[in-house]
Design a protein. Structure first.
Length: 250
């Protein structure tokens, strides 16, 4: 069974199960030993590190100094309330202070915890320039209820959309869910969004890559963070910030 087939079946079985499933965790690890403070690294003239974005081999968006000594990776679901809480509490400080210092880089890797909605939203944030992906993810999380509420109201239409031909399936789902209107208000035209979602081959490749990467790194919940390659149990901004500082981002 292909990844997209599993996504379709999961969406039909429980299209609105988007609450706290697989989101969040308790902190159990002991804190890592403190490192020496890392030196700031100036961005190239006329730029800020927060505006420097690289698409990684893992399918993520790496923001900041690619050579930063402190590397933070987030596996997050765009429909996850715990991920939304992290973004609302910490995204501006993470990017504006820590990433902009050149000491820290941040990579966001989308995870398909909730099937078709996560896949479609992931495709939409990546439909434009790479620099737009993380800001658009933050916009989704900042307006999560507004993004999810139309799905609650249009469950029959979503189910019907998943039965459409391949090149119409995800476009129909996004239209019924109100995703096209949401992204159009944030600079991604409906025509551009439809073109991205109609490319079934690209959607299939995206689903397979994200699923493979999550399996490789044993991701079972969102958000899951890696700090310099070590998986964290901590998932709140206050906890992660403390660990960044212990790692030398101070």
């Amino acid at each position: 069974m292909t990844m997209l087939r599993r996504i379709a079946l999961a969406s039909l079985a429980a299209p609105l199960a988007l609450g706290l499933a697989a989101c969040g965790s308790e902190s159990t690890d002991a804190p890592a030993a403190s490192a020496e403070p890392a030196a700031e690294v100036a961005a190239p003239a006329g730029t800020e590190w927060r505006d420097t974005v690289t698409v990684t081999d893992e399918g993520g968006y790496l923001v900041g100094n690619p050579e930063a000594p402190i590397e933070l990776v987030e596996y997050g679901s765009l429909t996850c309330p715990a991920c939304a809480a992290f973004a609302q509490q910490g995204s501006e400080e993470l990017l504006g202070d820590y990433v902009n210092s050149g000491r820290v880089n941040f990579e966001f890797r989308s995870t398909l915890i909730h099937g078709a909605p996560d896949l479609i939203l992931t495709r939409l944030i990546s439909c434009g320039a790479p620099e737009a992906a993380v800001p658009l993810a933050d916009q989704v999380w900042a307006n999560l209820n507004a993004v999810l509420d139309p799905m609650q109201a249009n469950a029959p239409a979503l189910e019907q959309a998943m039965g459409l031909p391949e090149n119409q399936r995800f476009v129909g789902f996004a239209e019924a869910a109100g995703f096209l209107d949401f992204f159009a208000a944030r600079g991604l035209s409906k025509d551009q969004a439809r073109t991205c979602l109609a490319d079934f081959g690209a959607m299939e490749q995206l689903a397979e890559r994200l699923d493979s990467q999550a399996r490789e790194d044993e991701i079972t919940r969102t958000p899951t963070f890696f700090l310099n390659g070590r998986m964290l149990e901590e998932s709140s901004w206050a906890e992660v910030e403390a660990l960044l500082q212990r790692a030398g981002a101070r």
